[in-house]
Ligand binder design. Sequence first.
Ligand SMILES: NC(=O)c1ccc[n+]([C@@H]2O[C@H](COP(=O)([O-])OP(=O)(O)OC[C@H]3O[C@@H](n4cnc5c(N)ncnc54)[C@H](OP(=O)(O)O)[C@@H]3O)[C@@H](O)[C@H]2O)c1
Length: 347
Amino acid sequence: MPVQSQFQSRPATMTVATARRYGGPEVLALETMPVPSPAPGEVLVRIHASTVTTGDWRLRGAAYPKGLRLVGRLVSGLFRPRHVVPGVTFSGTVVATGEGAARFAVGEPVFGGANSGGHAEYIVVPETGAIAAKPMSLTHAQAAALPFGAATADHFLRHLGQVRGGERVLITGASGAVGHAGIQIAKALGAHVTALTSPGNIDFVGGLGAEEVIDYTRQDVAEAGARFDVVFDTIGHLDFGRARGLLRRGGRYLTTEGGWREGRQMLVPWRRHGHVLRFGISEPDATQLLRLAEMAEAGKLAPAIERSFPLAEIARAHEAVETRRRRGVIALDMRPSSGDQPNLAAA
Ligand SMILES: NC(=O)c1ccc[n+]([C@@H]2O[C@H](COP(=O)([O-])OP(=O)(O)OC[C@H]3O[C@@H](n4cnc5c(N)ncnc54)[C@H](OP(=O)(O)O)[C@@H]3O)[C@@H](O)[C@H]2O)c1
């Protein structure tokens, strides 16, 4: 059975970003590759926006947290990147479906996550993968931000941290891709949020709903006197030893930057106060993306886009991410030029 397609003739080639070796942003290049065809059960998406994430920076530079360097290389490629086209998020429009793929219609706006391939004009993904209908309340850039920062915050706070209404949550790196989504998700779970940030981001994180904001350049959080049910350390600002001093009885320390030490600490039962450390890897699926999309439609979650770069400026986008000084998300704009596709939904 032939695939369903929005076009009489689909373009044969597309522009993609590539990283064929590990290194700084200068290893990134633009190349032309064939537009893939959807196999049975797959959909072809014309990408309107993607994001450049800390994950993209780590994969491009083999810049893994201490203690995970060998494991990181084993996963991403020992001598050179296993996946040549980076990009782990996308938002766009379905332009063709493979045989038997019926979950999405041609022309439908969707967003999702993938192991690679998001920094391209087109991507094919299994319809049963991490893909969902794009929330109409968000732009494509905002929707493309959900599968990384928001999905990670959701995985840590809801799943690993089991945050409940009325609990007190401390979030470090509160202005980042993960942290700023974490504030919104913790608030949606009914928590009281304290955000740790630098002076330039105080208004930003306060505006996202944090009840209290601590400027870590002026005050050591340990001296603020507050105790928390959950410490969500998105940046490795603390370690379990320091975080334990901030936790209430039964408190959970969640870290996105775990290594061997945290692996060992996870196994130790800190029975005296019932403190636990939890670390994990966020792998979004369709169920989670649907939940995030519902939160967005309900006005509870809206990723902040600090800046959007065209695909041709991908190296500059990586430089912006690598500073680790940002407010929300760095996006890539890959909207089709006029005349490319007549029936696309608006951004
Ligand atoms: N385990 C997983 O599944 C998973 C998934 C996604 C991400 N991650 C990891 O989570 C981490 C956070 O990612 P992200 O994209 O949100 O990070 P990010 O955007 O690069 O940084 C977050 C924020 O942290 C603050 N910051 C930077 N250096 C700091 C320092 N030394 N001390 C305190 N705060 C500092 C910055 O704000 P200020 O300028 O205000 O300080 C920055 O905006 C990354 O290491 C990433 O690799 C893990």
